[in-house]
Design a binder for this molecule. Structure first.
Ligand code: BUJ
Length: 655
């Protein structure tokens, strides 16, 4: 299957579904969906390749917001030239290639490559994190209890998926109508070749689930020039990291059934009680750095001892990585540091995901981004949170199993040569420098909330995006390239599209709010905000429908590069400017997520994670000082939210 470039798979994904579904017992299942997990996968619509003229028009519209009149005129000319020459040729080729590859999307391969060919460290540059909301019952916040319950629920999620019994992902536009038993009973009867259309009739949109097979038993392997994704669905062990040490133990028995929760608990407890000092040469540091260096070190490691290669394979194939930290941060900024990068010795950032638990039972998922996006990870995350907070398997009163954990838990050791020892030292100091360079701060805001914004008849996301624009303009007096991530999972092998949320509407609104020469009335400001909301909602709709411009241009550029000649259009400084993302933003709103975040994507930019809920509005922002000032930005955000609230409240904001 060409949509899985650079991938090694031991045991095929499809096999795994068939093999396990006949064997799985009810006790290992999260639930039993009456609609098979893969029911819609075969009839999902294909991600459209936008019309080239539309792409160019959208591109220019976004450029207009950040360019001077002179720059814009040059860019307009570059677009015209592109449309008259190279553009249509490349576009035609892309459309033809897309037609020949109906099993996938036009963006799938270029997007995998974008991640896998990037030589920069995955830490801070790619891996995001999401932290779980605390369990409201303090006795379940115990590190051992929560880790065990989360491991058990993760395995149940995995087994349910592999049994084809996990509820398919569906975006319900009218949940009252379609998130119902009647809907499920109807769509399950439809043949797989048309099932999507049946759901569509209810305005329910099934989502692509092609990323799920890589959630478990998967890792990214460093290779020179371009990394590989690796999956081995036959492996039965969990990887545990603590205090720089690696351990594994089986969490599935010989039949593939989940090992008894109290046995898993005993093994975790055995690891938590291990008193050995941290290793002198923590090999985990190797995977935190430059990918080519890591690729060389991995080869060196495989050659340094007969068992090393095998041990690496045990890490690669493990169901996932459980991280047990010995400290207990309480400040949100410290929590972010713990889950975003940690200490670099008890992390394995290449695993598809790491489940991290602090000493006091706070938990988070940090995930590698090449294999998949937020939608798949969030689904897993929500299910684990729901089950562990409502139906935990072990409790403070659960007796430990009568099992000799020392016979089941294997401590992983590596043979190291002096070169590796030195390289590990270098990798660790590089890591320390790298993570020291990131700055961060957060804001929790409670003056108004999501329902309040809805009552104002505005889109909550557009209001938060306006707050971000207002904050940056207040801080630096200009409008810059802005990226908001939008899922295109409604399409087969869709990934993401960019919402360019800096618009002429937000620019105008910022000017009205902030320019001392303007004297708007409350009604003027309201009207400006409404316009921002309308424009933003339209852009969001277009992006979700695959009608942005970023991925199309990205794919055309990828095609041109592979042919060895890049049209001038892509060399235009304005193209670089729009793709030098200063405000990289992403939002998640789920009761299961208390905080999340990711690194700024440019040295002079901000990485803005935010959520808008009824309980609060929250921002978690990163940067690389001194180019920008994250604390100043957080202050500006607060002022912007206050200004917006003033208008909602019928008052003029203070200038
Ligand atoms: O766009 C893409 O293709 C993928 C993006 C890349 N990028 C992060 C650079 C935009 N990836 C994602 O969007 C996934 C991000 C997942 C983490 C999102 C964090 C959201 C945080 C919400 C909570 C904030 C509340 C703080 C309260 C103190």
């Amino acid at each position: 299957n060409s949509y899985r470039p650079q991938t090694q798979v031991a045991g095929s994904f499809e096999d795994s579904i068939v093999k396990y579904s006949t064997l799985v017992g009810d006790q290992d299942l999260l639930h039993k969906s009456i609609v098979p997990t893969d029911h819609f996968q075969w009839s999902l619509p294909r991600l459209p390749v936008p019309e080239l003229a539309n792409t160019c028009q959208r591109y220019l519209k976004s450029q207009q917001v950040i360019l001077s009149d002179q720059e814009y005129a040059r860019t307009e000319a570059a677009v015209k030239q592109f449309l008259n020459a190279d553009g249509p040729v490349l576009h035609k080729e892309l459309v033809a290639m897309d037609k020949e590859n109906k099993h996938t999307s036009y963006i799938s391969e270029p997007w995998f490559d974008m991640y896998l060919a990037d030589r920069r460290p995955v830490v801070l540059n790619h891996n995001p994190f999401m932290a779980f909301t605390d369990d409201s019952k303090p006795e379940y916040m115990n590190q051992l209890i929560r880790a065990t319950n989360m491991v058990v629920s993760s395995l149940r999620f995995m087994k349910t998926y592999r049994a084809n019994l996990l509820e398919p992902d569906i975006f319900h536009l009218y949940p009252d109508k379609s998130d119902t038993l009647q809907f499920r009973k109807f769509v399950r009867l439809l043949p797989k070749s048309v099932s999507f259309y049946g759901a569509y009739w209810y305005k329910a949109f099934p989502l692509d689930m092609s990323q799920y097979p890589r959630l478990f038993n998967s890792t990214r392997i460093p290779r020179h020039d371009k990394d590989q994704l690796f999956t081995d669905v036959t492996a039965k062990h969990l990887l545990v990291l603590r205090n720089g040490h690696f351990y594994i133990f089986d969490v599935l028995d010989r039949d593939g059934s989940i090992v008894a929760p109290n046995v898993i608990m005993s093994h975790i407890s055995y690891i938590l009680e291990d008193k050995r000092p941290p290793p002198e040469h923590p090999i985990a540091a190797l995977c935190t750095g430059n990918r080519d260096k890591w690729a060389s070190n991995r080869i060196q490691l495989a050659n340094a001892g007969v068992m090393n290669e095998k041990t690496l394979k045990l890490i690669d194939s493990a169901v996932f990585a459980l991280i047990l930290d010995d400290h207990a941060p309480t400040d949100p900024n410290e929590i972010t540091r713990t889950f975003l990068h940690g200490d670099g010795v008890s992390r394995w950032f290449d695993k598809s995901f790491q489940l991290i638990l602090t000493k006091d039972g706070r938990a988070a998922v940090n995930f590698e981004h090449a294999w998949g996006d937020g939608v798949a990870v969030l689904r897993y995350f929500n299910e684990v949170w729901k089950e562990t907070t409502t139906k935990p398997f072990v409790h403070l009163t659960t007796p430990k199993a009568k099992v000799d954990s020392s016979a089941h838990v294997q401590h992983l050791d590596f043979m190291l040569d002096p070169i590796l020892q030195e390289n590990i030292k270098t990798a660790k100091s590089d890591f320390d420098r790298h993570v020291k360079s990131i700055g961060l701060d957060h804001l929790e805001y409670q003056t108004f909330n999501k329902s309040y914004i809805k009552k104002q008849k505005l889109s909550p996301d557009s209001v938060l995006q306006l707050a971000i624009q207002l904050a940056y303009t207040r801080q630096y007096g200009k409008t810059v390239a802005t990226y908001e991530s939008c899922s295109t999972a409604a399409f087969k092998h869709g990934r993401t599209e960019t919402i360019r949320s800096a618009t002429m509407a937000t620019k105008t609104a910022c000017d009205l709010f902030l320019n001392p020469k303007k004297n708007p009335t409350v009604a003027d400001l309201r009207a400006a905000m409404l316009e921002c909301s309308n424009v933003h909602s339209q852009l969001t709709k277009e992006a979700a429908m695959g009608q942005g411009f970023d991925r199309h241009l990205f794919a055309l550029k990828y095609l041109a590069q592979n042919k060895g000649s890049l049209p001038d259009f892509f060399k235009d400084p304005s193209y670089a400017k729009l793709n030098h993302i200063i405000l990289s933003t992403s939002t998640l709103s789920s009761p299961a997520v208390v905080i999340g975040g990711f690194g700024a994507v440019t040295p002079d930019g901000y990485g803005v994670g935010y959520s808008v809920e009824d309980s609060r509005i929250g921002f978690n922002v990163t940067n690389y000082p001194p180019a920008t000032d994250v604390h100043g930005f957080i202050n500006c955000l607060k002022q912007s939210l206050n200004d917006i609230y003033a208008v909602f409240d019928g008052k003029l904001p203070m200038k």
